[in-house]
Design a protein around this ligand. Structure first.
Ligand code: SAM
Length: 233
């Protein structure tokens, strides 16, 4: 499991260039993945949403656009430079569109939130970075109201046919391109390691069930390189 101090400092180093690197390295697919996540959340009509590991806040902003005006959305992260990016983006947008949106510092392994305080929790490319997945899922379950929903968007193990090309890209091309964009090649060697070691859809489904969630189901996106899991508290 990743070392939280190293993860925090790594995201701190790449925060300024994080969005650009995301769009470039995914070939713009990150917009599509986020849209799928947000559409799934909107279908549940939650009264409020916690976007955990919000990073620079793109899921939180997309949620604000998709949900009824004023719906409370809290973006939470343990890396202050990422939250600073999110807040800078918020300050540059019209305030009336963002009523109810806030960004808060908090650790996904010990959420500074009361029990049963949200209808939905989203976790987009965050679970892979948590030092203890079981603890993180337990914390999410604690802060969800009974009947609330968890949405996990995360890398997954791709279809067999695309693996050689995909892993070549991840191991050799992505760190080089990312090194040029962010000046931090090491961060993207880490990305490759965590992606290759992350459970496949069936295993993650089991982990989410074992954490006490029900109605767990998942969808493969982009040849299975990414998966969207949904579950009920
Ligand atoms: C790959 S970024 C994802 C950001 C955003 N959700 C997105 O989809 O672009 C992962 C984020 O997880 C955050 N993170 C990792 N471990 C965390 C923890 N224990 N508590 C809160 N945030 C954490 C990092 O600081 C980073 O901002």
């Amino acid at each position: 499991m990743p070392d939280p101090v190293a993860v925090n400092s790594m995201f701190g180093r790449i925060a300024r260039r994080y969005d650009l690197a995301n769009h470039l390295l995914s070939g713009g697919m990150d917009f599509f993945w986020r849209r799928r996540l947000v559409a799934a959340v909107a279908r549940r009509q939650p009264r409020d949403v916690l976007d955990l590991a919000t990073g620079s806040g793109d899921v939180a902003f997309a949620l604000k656009r998709a949900l009824p005006a004023g719906t409370p959305v809290v973006g939470m992260d343990f890396c202050q430079p990422m939250l600073d990016e999110a807040n800078a983006k918020k300050a540059a947008r019209p305030a009336r569109e963002l009523a109810g949106l806030s960004f808060r510092h908090g650790d996904g392994l010990a959420l500074p939130l009361p029990d049963a305080s949200f209808d939905a929790v989203t976790l987009s490319f965050g679970l892979r970075n948590m030092a203890d997945r079981r603890q993180s899922l337990a914390e999410i379950r604690r802060v969800l109201r009974p009947g609330g929903h968890l949405f996990v968007l995360e890398f997954s193990q791709p279809w067999r046919a695309v693996r050689p090309v995909y892993f070549f890209y991840l191991r050799h091309l992505l760190p080089r391109i990312a090194g040029l964009v962010t000046g931090d090649k090491a961060a993207y060697v880490y990305l490759n390691d965590t992606v290759e070691q992350f459970p496949d859809r069936a295993q993650l489904t089991e982990e989410i069930r074992a954490a006490g969630f029900s109605e767990v189901h998942s969808a493969a996106l982009t040849f299975g390189t990414v998966a969207l899991h949904q579950a009920a508290r």
